[in-house]
Design a protein around this ligand. Structure first.
Ligand code: FES
Length: 136
């Protein structure tokens, strides 16, 4: 190996390493959080979530909300935004979730209406048993 080919190889190796070192953190930053809410069941009484209202809970360490929506019944959604993980706020007047970080908006079912979030809010398993709402 002569000096020229050695320097070419060295430049290629150092350049590849530098690109990889920059690309990995950038890809991690841009990728949506892969957090799935898992935890012990949470039970609350139906009277705590009147029609048209929402109740914030924590399910398995994940902030979530239970809604009582006219015509749809009870819904349980994670409040963790699917963009970069900020907590969305429920706006009762507009019936939407709004993310304070980059203005992502979601409808009552957690579907993305606008902004950068790449996918809907996570729906949590919910079961109504008598007077109780069971999440999980
Ligand atoms: S973190 Fe929610 S829109 Fe960016």
């Amino acid at each position: 190996m002569n000096r020229r080919s050695f320097l070419k190889s060295l430049t290629f190796i150092l350049g590849s390493t530098a690109v990889g070192a920059l690309a990995y953190p950038l890809a991690r930053f841009l990728a949506p959080p892969q957090v799935k809410a898992v935890g012990e069941k949470v039970s609350i009484n139906k009277s705590e979530v009147p029609l048209g209202e929402g109740k914030e809970i924590v399910f398995g360490g994940t902030p979530a909300i239970i809604l009582n929506v006219k015509g749809m019944g009870y819904l349980a959604l994670s409040r963790v935004c699917t963009h970069l993980g900020c907590l969305v706020e429920y706006n009762k007047e507009t019936n939407r979730f709004i993310c304070p970080c980059h203005a992502g908006t979601f409808n009552m079912e957690g579907n993305v209406l606008s902004g950068p979030p790449p996918k809907p809010l996570e729906k949590l398993p919910l079961d109504v048993q008598g007077d109780n709402i069971i999440i999980g």
